[in-house]
Each structure stands twice: as structure tokens, then as C-alpha cells.
Design a protein around this ligand. Structure first.
Ligand code: COA
Length: 151
């Protein structure tokens, strides 16, 4: 598997990006300002993540997804670790990520990769998404904010 930056003239893998974020509008906004990385296996794109600089020394992992048939094989963890390494190499001091209160697996994954919970953006998903989101039988309303220092 190879992880590389998306070329300027290349279409972003929208189906993968939509697995992580149902809002095409928000995806379009952060793709414009961020850097999109893709993971490929024999020229087939099987994973994606997007890093968005938010403050002078802070960067946010705003989207990460692995194609459904490749999930559960450790690729997501490799992508998160790659995002952390790249952010450190670019000189950022802090990396942040946010996920829904209902995203149990993602909360586990980020903590296994060194992120700590820093706060809760209450009602984030009610403010930014028209449709109700349910995962694991839980109504997704709040954004759990997480971060880690890059030392
Ligand atoms: N409890 C405990 N650990 C859990 C868990 C749970 N309910 N669900 C997942 N994990 C752990 C796994 O055990 C694994 O840790 P390990 O290596 O120590 O066993 C880790 O989380 C991630 O597993 P991995 O196989 O690397 O993940 P993946 O390749 O399936 O990718 C996602 C993870 C989230 C990127 C992938 O499932 C995906 O694309 N989901 C849809 C999009 C999405 O939700 N993106 C994130 C938006 S915030």
C-alpha cells in the first residue's frame, strides 16, 4: 500500500469521503483549503484522509475513510499514524480530530493512536447536518473533540 498526496488534476475519491462525512458541502469546503492524501493498492484507491491547517501550529484531521471491504485490517490505524507523522514533519505542534458521540469504533481508534479527549461541541451535528444521524443505536448529536501534541 502506498500513501500519497492527491494530484492537483485528480478527482478526490468522493465515495470514500462520504463514508466519513455525509455532507458534500462540508467536504467541498475542507478539500479547498486542506491537503488530501490517498492510500492505494495496485493503483486502486482504498483509503483517504484530509488534513486541514486551522491555526498557525495546529492541523486537523477532518476526514478519514477506508473502503468498506478493506475495513478492519489495520489500514485505518496506519492512515491515522501517517497523518500524525506528516503533520509533525510539516512542523505542526498539535493535531486535532473530531468525531460523533455515537462513533464508538472511531473513538477507540483515535485513542489507540494517542489522541485525548479535550472537549465536546454540543449539538454540532444538529447545527451542521439536516438529517438525523444514528450509529450503533445512538443518536449522533455532539462532536467529541480530541487532540495530541506532536513532540
Ligand atoms: N472497540 C474497541 N476498539 C475498536 C472498536 C471498538 N468498538 N472498533 C474499532 N476498534 C479498533 C480496532 O480494534 C483497531 O485497533 P487495534 O489495531 O488495536 O485492534 C482500531 O480501532 C482500528 O482498526 P483498523 O482496522 O485500523 O480500522 P479500519 O481500517 O477499519 O479504519 C475507519 C477505521 C474509521 C477509517 C473505517 O472504519 C471507516 O472508513 N469508517 C467509515 C468512515 C468513518 O467513520 N470515518 C471516521 C469519521 S470520524
Amino acid at each position: 500500500m502506498r500513501i500519497r498526496e492527491l494530484n492537483v488534476n485528480e478527482e478526490p475519491p468522493i465515495d470514500l469521503l462520504l463514508l466519513a462525512d455525509p455532507s458534500r458541502k462540508l467536504i467541498g469546503e475542507y478539500l479547498n483549503r486542506g491537503i488530501c492524501y490517498v492510500a492505494e493498492n495496485n493503483k486502486e484507491i482504498i483509503g483517504v484522509y484530509v488534513l486541514l491547517p486551522t491555526r498557525p501550529v495546529t492541523i486537523e484531521l477532518v476526514n478519514i475513510a477506508v473502503s468498506e471491504i478493506e475495513q478492519g485490517k489495520g489500514i485505518g490505524k496506519l492512515l491515522v499514524m501517517d497523518a500524525i507523522q506528516k503533520s509533525k514533519a510539516k512542523g505542526y505542534k498539535t493535531i486535532e480530530v473530531g468525531t460523533g458521540n455515537s462513533s464508538i469504533g472511531q473513538l477507540a481508534l483515535y485513542q489507540k493512536c494517542g489522541f485525548r479527549i479535550t472537549g465536546v461541541d454540543s449539538d454540532f451535528f444538529l447545527r451542521h447536518y439536516e438529517d438525523k444521524i444514528f450509529e450503533n443505536g445512538i443518536w449522533c448529536r455532539d462532536m467529541i473533540r480530541m487532540s495530541q501534541e506532536l513532540i
